[in-house]
Ligand binder design. Structure first.
Ligand SMILES: NC(=O)c1ccc[n+]([C@@H]2O[C@H](COP(=O)([O-])OP(=O)(O)OC[C@H]3O[C@@H](n4cnc5c(N)ncnc54)[C@H](OP(=O)(O)O)[C@@H]3O)[C@@H](O)[C@H]2O)c1
Length: 277
């Protein structure tokens, strides 16, 4: 088997509901030259993989789809979770769910994105900066979906250095100077994720990352708007707490989405890369 055969789809749509065949795990080694090539490709340079190891090529395969094509936009989500599918404790401790390589993975995803979107709960509970600190790369613009204007003006993402910060809201709420607001209509079902994406694309964003939490990712997932989902799993068990992806429930497993997926090992965490688009 050559190494590209490892990346053939292993679990195509399976309407019979049968268990798909196991997915092979590829070790991904994001060396400096792999990362430099990805950042260059983000800016339009052709890729060059001469002399790369299989693990370096696997790393490229993990991240390259996040760059999208030259035409149109790409929407990807990344969620770091425990073995039991949690993203925080019931008391809100969310800092160290991912291992060190899982955290670097998160920062790589941010560095490849034009903007990073979080929901109001995440912005309020975690107060994230949404910057790139663990790898080299530019900070993305920061976007929070805060329909009811709950997020305080002292939020770290609003105070962060440089870069654009945008708030998606339904209410008439003035934000601090320099913060862009996107007014969207509210419906009985919240805000239409398609309207949010349209507004972001209109403002020049092409690579759009949905960082969480589970409710926000679930809204985009249910609307069929996520092209790529990275589920990063760290070997810890939390017991209870917010779920990773809060999708619309189904009653039969035959109704479940079974995306084409590939599994990558990142030393401390595994990443399941799901092709949804
Ligand atoms: N491990 C990770 O990778 C990761 C990443 C991010 C977050 N987290 C954790 O996730 C937890 C929070 O996640 P969560 O699922 O509870 O909440 P969330 O997704 O962060 O925020 C949900 C809220 O955002 C607003 N919202 C988002 N999309 C909307 C839409 N389409 N229409 C209307 N409103 C929308 C709503 O605010 P209103 O209720 O104000 O209307 C909604 O209640 C935190 O504990 C955080 O630490 C973990």
């Amino acid at each position: 088997m050559n190494q590209y055969e490892r990346f053939e789809p292993m679990n195509p749509p399976n309407p019979s509901g049968e268990t798909p065949p196991p997915m092979p795990l590829a070790s991904a080694d994001v060396t400096d030259r792999v990362w430099a090539s990805l950042v260059a490709a983000r800016d339009g340079a052709p890729d060059a993989q001469d002399g790369w190891s299989a693990a370096e090529k696997a790393a490229w395969s993990l991240y390259e789809p996040l760059l999208g094509s030259n035409e149109g936009s790409v929407v990807f989500a990344q969620i770091g979770q425990s073995l039991d599918g949690r993203v925080a404790t019931v008391d809100g401790d969310a800092a160290d769910i991912s291992g060190s390589e899982g955290l670097k993975h998160l920062h790589r995803c941010r560095a490849l994105a034009d903007c990073v979107v979080v929901g109001a709960n995440t912005a309020i509970q975690d107060d994230p900066r949404l910057t790139v600190r663990l790898v080299s790369g530019d900070d993305p613009a920061r976007v929070v979906i805060d329909p009811r204007g709950r997020l305080g003006d002292d939020a770290a993402m609003m105070a962060g250095k440089g870069g654009r910060c945008l708030v998606v809201q339904c209410c008439d709420r003035t934000r601090p100077e320099g913060i862009e607001t996107i007014m969207v209509p509210a419906s009985h079902d919240g805000v239409d994720p398609a309207a949010i994406l349209t507004a972001l694309v209109e403002r020049g964003f092409r690579r759009i990352m949905i960082e969480g939490g589970g409710i926000t990712i679930g809204r985009f997932f249910d609307a069929g708007l996520i092209d790529r989902l990275h589920v990063s799993i760290a070997p810890l068990i939390i017991g209870a707490g917010p779920s990773s992806l809060t999708a619309r429930p189904i009653s039969l497993l035959s109704e479940a989405r079974r995306p084409t997926s590939r599994v990558y090992g990142l030393a401390t965490d595994i990443v399941i890369d799901c092709e949804l688009g």
